[in-house]
Design a protein around this ligand. Structure first.
Ligand SMILES: [Zn+2]
Length: 397
């Protein structure tokens, strides 16, 4: 191409347009800070803080040309539902906006997820897609996925017209506070078409796993029940998850914006795809889950020098097991062990209700005992702790 052509004003206009329409670190940061800073009350479902957050989301969507409505479902709770485009067929982008309440900024969970949705919606709205976009800001996720369950039972836009639901939860911090900043992608197991689109856009930091490894823990689950093909994006849990330290200054906005660009490309690919995703009755799980989780155990072992003995023993056993055992059980238990380390507030439950009984069932009393002992460390002084210690003692005899 001749230089004169490159310098043609129309080209510069095009360059300008591209830079305006790109995913913006600043906008993601502003949305996250705005949602966490609306009030000191936090955003617990039904509270004034949650109502202000709903207003903020509706206002932002209105500004970028979405038709917005509030879907009330009792107790002063409401989903923010917005649509852009005239096509019946649509892609839904969803994230919950409620939080833990007073004293909890709930920045990564899930102000940042909402910020990503707003930014992807803004980016794609300008692209004249052949499908419409529906944005859902769900309320009351934290107490049992109540907003998304209500929405899927009372959809404003028929669910059979949804090409896919793209759900976001807990974004912007690294899993287990590790150096690697993984983007977890769940849900590809229920759609060959979505799996193929994700595969084409795969980046080194993307970790593709079956949703069963975490269970029905976020707003994707009600869509799965209704057989809507879905993808669930998350950077997953960290030491401040559901804690007062989940503050907006700890979000890595640069990395989050990079990942948001990839996500926007994936959503655009789904929108422009000639074959609409179908929901598989029998999931086809992604390849390499065992290898990925084994790699994660190795990351934890090298970054956590004072890793408690329970985890060292579990990891040694699980790494061996995952080499030959392709069952979902081993993968699920490994995920539970990683989540227990990631999130101190879950540790006791994961260790005493899932991990210790699993190893007990395998006839590995030493690992089970170490798991109960580790659970006891996280239990408050009193009968619960004594029971866990007693359990460990009896296994050691
Ligand atoms: Zn959440």
């Amino acid at each position: 191409m001749k230089l004169r052509k490159i310098l043609h004003p129309a080209v510069w206009l095009f360059v300008l347009f591209v830079s305006i329409s790109a995913i913006s670190v600043d906008r993601i940061k502003i949305h996250t800070e705005s949602l966490t800073g609306l009030t000191s009350e936090g955003r617990r479902a039904g509270s004034e803080g949650a109502a202000l957050a709903a207003q903020y989301i509706a206002g932002q969507l209105g500004e970028i040309g979405f038709q917005t409505q509030m879907q009330e479902f009792g107790g002063n709770r409401k989903n923010v539902i917005a649509k852009s485009g005239t096509a019946e067929r649509y892609i839904l982008l969803g994230a919950h906006y409620d939080g833990q309440g007073r004293g909890f900024p709930s920045a990564s969970d899930n102000a940042a997820g909402v910020a990503v949705v707003l930014e992807v919606a803004r980016e794609l709205q300008a692209k004249n897609l052949p499908v419409s976009l529906v944005v859902a800001g769900f309320d009351d996720e934290e107490q049992g996925l109540n907003g998304s369950r209500y929405y899927t039972d009372h959809p404003i836009y028929p669910l059979q017209n949804a090409a896919a639901a793209i759900i976001f939860d807990t974004m912007g911090r690294s899993f287990i506070d590790l150096e690697t900043f993984a983007l977890f992608v769940l849900g590809t197991e229920y759609s060959k078409e979505l799996a193929e689109i994700v595969r084409k856009r795969t980046r080194p930091e993307m970790v593709i796993l079956g949703s069963d490894l975490i269970g029905p823990r976020s707003d994707f689950a009600p869509f799965a029940v209704k057989r809507v093909p879905y993808l669930f994006f998350s950077n997953a849990t960290h030491k401040d998850y559901h804690g007062e330290g989940d503050t907006p200054d700890k979000i890595d906005y640069g990395r989050l914006a990079e990942q948001t660009s990839t996500i926007a490309e994936i959503v655009e690919d789904i929108a422009r795809s000639s074959t609409s995703p179908a929901f598989l009755t029998q999931p086809i799980y992604p390849a390499g889950e065992g290898a990925t989780l084994t790699q994660y155990m190795a990351h934890v072992e090298s970054e956590y020098k004072d890793l408690p003995p329970a985890y060292r023993l579990m990891f040694a056993d699980l790494k061996l097991r995952l080499q030959s055992d392709n069952s979902r059980d081993g993968l699920r238990v490994t995920t539970s062990a990683l989540l227990a380390i990631a999130t101190p507030s879950f540790s006791r439950f994961m260790l005493s209700l899932i991990l210790a009984p699993y190893f007990e069932g395998l006839g590995k009393p030493a690992i089970a005992a170490a798991s109960y002992e580790e659970a006891a460390r996280w239990a408050p002084e009193g009968p619960t702790r004594r029971q866990l210690e007693e359990r460990a003692r009896s296994l050691r005899q």
